[in-house]
Design a protein around this ligand. Structure first.
Ligand SMILES: CC(=O)NCCS(=O)(=O)O
Length: 349
């Protein structure tokens, strides 16, 4: 227990959880995804020199990781600020900003954006995937890593004094590397000390989420206060999904708005459409998991901003919620997904 007990910690300071309102649990407002550049397949269309034009928008949607400039979300602060105002207008209250060390976390910009727009922003502590770990990070013990994470929550991140309200997204690959295992154990130790929420980026394999849970559990983590992200590109078989759901963590569908034919990081993956994402949520509700679902768009490339013809941060509120209602969700179940579940997860014990 800390002085944060019963509170949610935003970049503007601790707040009463009831102030959050509708919350996207996995977004990025400013970051770089350069670590994950992926050359477009040679057989495809010729790579456009400047894809940020109307006639190239479809190419960019299909190849979001095949253009360096598209990965520099941090160049779009003023567009993102406008998007946040639109999100508020659409009924949004809060956003969990999952940018951790390795992908250019910028706490000062997050604080400024929250101050300018009135949207509550919760910043993320910890480390992204192994390929972004520095040599120094790779050389640290679990205790040293845990001290850094605890410091980012209690004293502030990157020398700004602005405090994180969640640990994550903690990046893991498939298979999980040694350095990532140490970060996971450090995350569990920090969570046990702070009673805080944790959010995980699993590797791209259906077995990855359960393996992460095992590592966290063995190190004393609180799985009931942990979100497993990106399930929409990780577990496809309904039986496997329900088996994983038994672990008791929050189940996050967070790539809403992202519809592409070939998922470059694993060509065996058929990225679901938004309609298929809603079908997965319907299944989870039917099986009794309505208290464990959270959703988001995980915007991490420029082309997904409305400025570039993308769906923006309000897509779920404007388009997915009506779809959920036509597919059998009650309003109270929608409110659980958007308000109650994020609030319970984000409140420090
Ligand atoms: C920022 C981030 O990690 N997004 C997830 C991209 S992925 O392709 O679903 O792994």
């Amino acid at each position: 227990m800390t002085e944060l007990s019963g509170k949610v910690q935003t970049v503007l300071g601790p707040i009463d959880p009831d102030q959050l309102g509708r919350t996207m649990t996995h977004e990025h407002l400013t970051m770089t995804f350069e670590c994950c550049y992926f050359s477009p397949s040679p057989g495809g269309d010729k790579v456009p020199e400047n894809p940020f034009q109307m006639n190239h928008m479809f190419w960019l949607r299909q190849n979001p990781y095949g253009n360096h400039e598209n990965l520099l979300l941090q160049q779009e602060n003023s567009a993102v600020r406008e998007e946040l105002l639109a999100y508020k207008e659409a009924g949004g209250g809060a956003i969990v900003e999952n940018t951790t060390s390795g992908i250019d976390r910028d706490m000062s910009t997050l604080r400024q954006m929250s101050h300018d727009t009135g949207v509550h922003v919760i910043g993320g502590a910890g480390f992204y995937v192994d390929s972004t770990h520095t040599e120094a990070t790779k050389g640290m013990s679990v205790e040293e890593l845990s001290d850094i994470i605890v410091g980012e929550v209690l004293r502030g991140a990157d020398g700004t004094g602005i405090r994180c309200g969640v640990i994550g997204e903690i990046g893991t690959s498939w298979p999980i590397t040694d350095s990532e295992k140490r970060v996971l154990r450090a995350t569990a130790h920090a969570q046990a000390q702070l009673g805080c929420p944790v959010i995980i980026h699993p590797g791209r394999n259906p077995a990855a989420p359960a393996q992460v849970v095992r590592v966290l559990q063995e190190a004393g983590g609180d799985i009931g206060k942990t979100v497993m992200s990106h399930l929409d590109r990780t577990i496809f078989d309904p039986g496997e999904l329900l088996e994983f759901a038994k672990q008791g963590c929050y189940l996050e569908y967070d790539l809403f708005g992202m519809e592409l034919l070939n998922y470059p990081y694993d060509l065996n993956v058929d990225m679901p459409s938004d309609s298929q994402r809603v079908q997965a949520l319907v299944l989870l509700v039917k099986e009794g998991y309505e208290d464990h679902i959270v959703v988001a768009h995980d915007i991490h490339t420029k082309n997904r901003l409305t400025k570039y013809g993308g769906h923006g941060y309000s897509h779920i509120l404007k388009n997915i919620v009506p779809k959920m209602l036509t597919r059998g969700f009650t309003q109270s179940q929608v409110d659980k997904v958007l308000i109650d579940n994020p609030k319970r997860w984000l409140t420090f014990k």
